[in-house]
Ligand binder design. Structure first.
Ligand SMILES: [Zn+2]
Ligand SMILES: [Zn+2]
Ligand SMILES: [Zn+2]
Ligand SMILES: [Zn+2]
Ligand SMILES: [Zn+2]
Ligand SMILES: [Zn+2]
Length: 391
């Protein structure tokens, strides 16, 4: 957790006996804690806000993108995998062991269908036996990355920085996709090594992105809400005529004009912000995306950025800098933030009240323990957690 380090001893809570030095190094101010809560709330709203927390998403069919969970209590590893929507995670699987899948695209809620045996969904029981277009990977049995480790990984000693592949939607440790030492907030989108191997045409874009981006200002934030294909900037190597019919014309295919790469790297396919705008939309390329089951790629609405933006919009009076804050977070931080937020509202008040009644300084360690306790509680669910966590 960042942002909990205090710097103003005069503003710390409680004990005046506390040495100024210690207060400077270890204390946090109440305001900082409240700011932290506010930022957690805002971030959680952006991640979960794009999903409905009250109604099962099943009637909406295969939802473009939604927050998703797998329940190891109901569908443990070894059984057919199943995914449940946000509302079902609260209403139907309270106290169960859930795997956090973050978000996935084109998924229909499985809660209570044949994969669950006798268990029935309490929100929307009238489901068909299964959802045959759902795609499942090992995340649904609590494994992530090519190393197939759980998250959080009890045996891991280094930080667990992970990014999600925009194609297969699995999560990867940076050092397992050739990105060791790369700053996680410099990575906007990743396509994993296996997916690049499965769709080698993407290397042609990747290796020419410098020339393609010269007139598309990649790397700068784009308002996905207002972006449309018709409005997106022209790519200079394409015909400059500004008609969408031209875009579809194979004679103006951007892709076919790109030089073939002599050799392709084995790893490290990270992409700058808004890179999907450079993908050719001609008829030939569109059917290529269909054949390769990548039709979602050229759609600006498919990105996490767009999903988070929708979530943010739902939050009343949400300030604009919110998205910037969230965009800089990696998988681990986002998960911590969601875990934390679920319990934070109830717990933080109690925690602060207790410290105030004891006239005690709130130290960084207290806060670390606070978040650690909530995290343990999240993973152990109903199990009793010692300490001051939501008694
Ligand atoms: Zn559901
Ligand atoms: Zn369950
Ligand atoms: Zn349900
Ligand atoms: Zn790994
Ligand atoms: Zn992948
Ligand atoms: Zn094309």
């Amino acid at each position: 957790m960042s942002g909990v380090q205090g710097s103003d001893p005069a503003a710390t809570t409680g004990n005046a006996e506390q040495s100024a030095e210690q207060a400077t190094e270890e204390s946090v101010t109440l305001q900082e804690l409240l700011d932290e809560e506010e930022s957690l709330q805002a971030d959680a709203a952006a991640v979960l806000g794009g999903s409905d927390e009250k109604n099962c998403s099943y009637p909406h069919g295969y939802v473009d993108r939604q927050a998703l969970y797998a329940c190891s209590t109901c569908t443990p590893p070894g059984k057919d995998p199943a995914g449940i929507c946000l509302a079902c995670s609260y209403a139907c699987h309270e106290g169960h062991d859930l795997y956090e899948l973050y978000t996935k695209r084109n998924f229909r809620c499985d809660c209570g269908n044949d994969r669950f045996g006798d268990f029935k969904c309490s929100l929307f029981p009238a489901k068909s036996a299964g959802n045959r277009d759902n795609l499942y990977n090992h995340n649904f049995s609590g494994k992530y990355c090519r190393c197939a480790r759980p998250y959080p990984d009890p045996e891991r000693t280094e930080p667990e920085e992970m990014v999600q592949c925009v194609v297969c939607e699995d999560w990867f440790h940076l050092n397992h996709v050739g990105l060791k030492g790369v700053a996680i907030d410099s990575i906007d989108e990743l396509i994993c090594d296996e997916c690049m191997k499965a769709h080698p045409f993407l290397w042609k874009y990747k290796l020419n992105i410098g020339s393609l981006s010269s007139s598309v200002s990649l790397g700068s934030a784009v308002d996905v809400e207002t972006e449309s294909i018709a409005k997106r900037p022209r790519i200079e190597i394409c015909d400059p005529a500004d008609k969408s019919s031209v875009e579809k014309d194979e004679a103006h295919c951007i892709f076919s004009r790109l030089p073939e790469p002599e050799s392709v790297p084995e790893t490290g396919a990270v992409w700058p912000t808004s890179w999907r705008r450079i993908l050719c939309r001609c008829e030939g390329c569109t059917s290529l995306y269909e054949t390769e089951k990548l039709s979602f790629l050229p759609s600006p609405d498919d990105t996490m950025r767009a999903y988070e933006k929708r979530g943010e919009k739902k939050r009343e009076g949400a300030p604009d800098p919110l998205m910037n804050a969230l965009n800089g977070l990696g998988h681990v931080q986002k998960i911590e933030m969601i875990d934390g937020y679920n319990n934070l509202k109830n717990c933080l008040g109690d925690f602060l009240r207790e410290r105030a009644e004891a006239n005690a300084v709130v130290t960084t360690e207290d806060v670390h323990n606070f978040f650690k306790g909530m995290k343990e509680m999240q993973s152990k669910k109903a199990a009793a957690v010692p300490g001051f966590f939501c008694r």
